[in-house]
Design a protein around this ligand. Structure first.
Ligand SMILES: Cc1cc2nc3c(=O)[nH]c(=O)nc-3n(C[C@H](O)[C@H](O)[C@H](O)COP(=O)(O)OP(=O)(O)OC[C@H]3O[C@@H](n4cnc5c(N)ncnc54)[C@H](O)[C@@H]3O)c2cc1C
Ligand code: SF4
Length: 444
């Protein structure tokens, strides 16, 4: 699995320009100087990976930008993607004491990005402390943020780590799922290369059978499950198996990797979570004249972050509340319309159609984005690993599952949160694994 060969499509780069422009050097220094360098900094406590925020900001203000990047990477090996994709206003920046002083919070995300951009541009190597080499081999299934963080931490503890993924490019949703105007696939792959440079081995392999897992158990001492979630849930309506019905994950990954550069003029998206909003925004950027979002609840119930929703409204995306799709109408080759109905508001998951409320929306591409199912079929093959509500059950402090040789973290455990949560889980599990193996070695 070598990633340098991946080239972004020039059209995609043009249409998905950066959502948040980077700081110029002087602006970064001025912003860094506003930080109060709080003792017991609440911004650090609010970050799931506990980056020492005042420390990295101080280093920017004293023009030690490489040192700043090292501080970030010591806590979070995916510091560059987190700087771009983290919902900072509900994490570090949301906790900044400046709010209490009626001042604008410090722009921690942009400062972090400044340090990380500097690091990657400089081409300098990351020198992290590595413990003495250990004989135990560890496998991580999935090459998303959880496994990358786990592998990087384990490598520093001296273990030999191999990361396996079914996809040709590593990085998980950072490479294939996160909106391009936040994180480009090339930037995600740059982070994968950083993890590789620490000595982690990457292989393409799709684990499907019990026999695959038994072989892995024979070859590796510990297995970390960082497999994320499964495919998008189906709508279960007539006509949805048409080729112009493309689920949001497939749609996003196809444009991010250059496979799709245009859409029809009228697009309908189903759902109002962050994935739905990302898909709707992408459809606009790929040339759709009209993008409609259908959501079965009310505006106040949407799960998308409010800043994402505001962006979508600014882009001209139209929202239809208390509305469900009922059928997809098409001829052989192309979609014609989505038949919709209005439903009564409901607190539960039961939606009754309002009589005579149905209407048609002209549509050339339908993108369902109603949540991902868990990877139950695969996970049920991991012997002794307990599941509850489609998630892997782990000991929170260590990431260990009911089978002591399996650990897990990220979306497959938390049901789908943020990149930074997956990184924190992966790192915590790595420390859990190191403790178990060191303990075993001491009592052998
Ligand atoms: C559309 C979308 C947009 C998002 N935007 C943001 C955002 O802006 N900010 C943010 O913080 N978070 C965002 N997230 C959430 C974030 O991407 C995830 O929380 C994070 O990627 C989870 O990391 P993970 O390592 O657990 O799983 P993933 O990133 O899903 O990685 C799992 C990997 O496991 C591989 N895999 C699965 N099963 C197997 C198998 N049997 N054999 C081999 N390989 C396997 C998959 O191919 C995949 O590469 C977004 C999510 C989506 C879906
Ligand atoms: S809380 Fe705000 S002011 Fe205090 S250290 Fe963090 S970023 Fe600086």
């Amino acid at each position: 699995m070598q990633h340098q060969a991946f080239q972004p499509h020039p059209e995609i780069a043009q249409r998905f320009e950066d959502l948040h422009p980077p700081f110029a050097r002087q602006a970064a220094t001025i912003e860094a100087n506003r930080c109060l360098n709080c003792f017991d900094a609440p911004c650090t406590a609010a970050c799931p990976t506990h980056i020492d925020v005042p420390r990295f900001i101080k280093k920017i203000s004293s023009d030690n930008v490489h040192g700043s990047a090292t501080t970030i990477l010591e806590a979070n090996i995916l510091g560059a993607s987190c700087a771009r994709v983290c919902p900072v206003d509900v994490l570090c920046e949301g906790a900044c004491v400046m709010h209490r002083l009626n001042e604008e919070p410090i722009q921690i995300g942009r400062l972090q990005r400044h340090a990380m951009d500097y690091f990657y541009k400089s081409g300098r190597k990351l020198s992290l402390k590595v413990s003495e080499l250990r004989p135990e081999k560890i496998a991580c299934i999935g090459a998303g943020p959880a496994s990358l963080a786990c592998a990087a931490e384990l490598q520093q503890h001296g273990f030999q780590v191999t990361v396996f993924d079914r996809k040709p490019l590593a990085g998980g949703l950072n490479t294939y799922g996160v909106a391009e105007y936040k994180l480009r696939s090339v930037d995600s792959l740059r982070e994968v290369e950083l993890v590789r440079s620490l000595g982690v081995n990457f292989e393409v392999k799709d684990f499907t059978s019990q026999a695959d897992l038994e072989q892995l158990e024979a070859d590796f001492k510990i297995i970390f499950l960082g497999v994320g979630l499964g495919p998008m849930r189906k709508l279960n309506i007539p006509g949805e198996n048409h080729p112009k019905v493309v689920d949001a994950l497939e749609f996003i990954s196809s444009y991010k990797t250059g496979g799709r550069i245009s859409v029809g003029s009228k697009v309908v998206v189903i759902g109002a979570g962050n994935t739905a909003i990302d898909a709707a925004n992408a459809a606009k950027r790929l040339g759709a004249e009209e993008v409609h979002v259908l959501y079965r609840r009310e505006e106040r119930d949407i799960s998308a972050f409010s800043f994402e929703y505001e962006n979508a409204k600014r882009a001209g995306i139209q929202f239809h509340w208390n509305t469900i799709p009922v059928a997809v109408h098409h001829d052989d080759m192309s979609l014609a319309s989505i038949e919709c109905a209005q439903v009564w508001p409901s607190d539960k998951d039961e939606f009754r159609k309002i009589p005579s409320s149905s209407f048609h929306l002209e549509c050339h591409l339908l993108i369902p984005a109603i949540g991902q199912a868990g990877l139950l079929e695969f996970l049920s093959k991991c012997r002794g690993v307990e599941l509850a509500q489609e998630r892997v059950v782990v000991e929170r402090a260590t990431g260990q599952t009911a089978n002591p040789r399996y650990f897990a973290g990220g979306d497959c455990v938390n049901g789908g949160r943020e990149v930074v949560d997956a990184v924190a889980d992966g790192k915590r599990a790595a420390i859990g694994i190191a403790n178990v193996l060191q303990h075993e070695a001491a009592y052998a």
